[in-house]
Ligand binder design. Sequence first.
Ligand code: PLP
Length: 380
Amino acid sequence: MQKVVDFIQKLYSTTEFIPLHEPKFIGNEKKYLNDCIDSTFVSSVGKYVDRFEQEFAEYVGSKYAIATVNGTSALHISLLLADVKAEDEVLTQPLTFIATCNAISYIGARPVFVDVDLDTMGLSPKFLEAFLEKNCEIVNEVCRNKTTNKTIKACVPMHTFGHPCKIDTIKEICDRWHITLVEDAAESLGSYYKGKHTGTFGKLGTFSFNGNKIITSGGGGVIVTDDEILAKRAKHLTTTAKIPHPYEYIHDTIAYNYRMPNLNAALLVAQLEQLERFLTDKRALTKEYVQFFEKMDDINFVQEPKNAQSNYWLQAVLLKNKSARDKFLEYTNNHGVMTRPAWKLMNELEMFKDSQHDDLTNAKYLEERVVNISSGVRLT
Ligand SMILES: *Cc1c(COP(=O)(O)O)cnc(C)c1O
């Protein structure tokens, strides 16, 4: 294991502590932030929010982008726009960050967990189809879960660590079962499936710009969609549902203060300019890891799945078993190289322990073996 620590220290040219993923501000960040402060428009109005929304939509190839205060709020609003209501069910994967399930729960809906594929670590179309065949029927164009007597309104796959899941097949299944597809693309900015950007396959897609993501605004998120009506409603719901008026305060529904401040958008516009450079840098890092781990029998480096171009947001390895994983985590973290296990499966958390789920063999397998290793951009 010392060999791994030595190698990572060589990669990052340091013997000091190496964080998992550090943000880099090497472009116009300070310039735009200063401009934003000088303008005094630091909050809810300002040119950087509009500019970011335009440039982001263009980058991922969607018609509209609506900036939000974080990725969780982007998911919350997207699920509301997918018509998810209290007591409805939402299909998702158990191997994900808590935000996915929190957003579902804010509405009073319940997550239902379907297993992931081993090659993508994301929702498995094969298990999705099997779950629906076994448990569900279509009644009056809605998907009814015969086991729980609830309606399945939406499906939220997640592109784990930036590796695209088999999203085109998932979309095809959702369409057939009258389930709205909402993509949690929080981790996959810069990742493509069959040449199309992740997050743009569903009716709505969401991204996060939290401090640990590939680009960051400190905190932030965005909703993307091609549907003009949904885009307008997303903007309305994230901005307290205020009716435009020169001076009066009229709001037409109970809504949210989820907009991204202009200050954060200024930072984000500059970060977006650096994205291609970050992606290239990460690919170079991946190449080094591939060569290094090829020579190790007991550690497998995770590469992008078929048909996909991954942003390699978090680099990952698979250990032989849970005890090997635990030893690896302990050794690396004790020797100045920060590494992290995958999340505890959502169905194992107290809040979701009663949620329906299928076998979850693959998710369990991955939970016990995956470790994320140093993934930060090096700018060499
Ligand atoms: C980061 C992340 C989010 C959103 O997180 P925020 O901190 O609210 O921006 C959502 N889902 C996944 C899978 C994530 O990794």
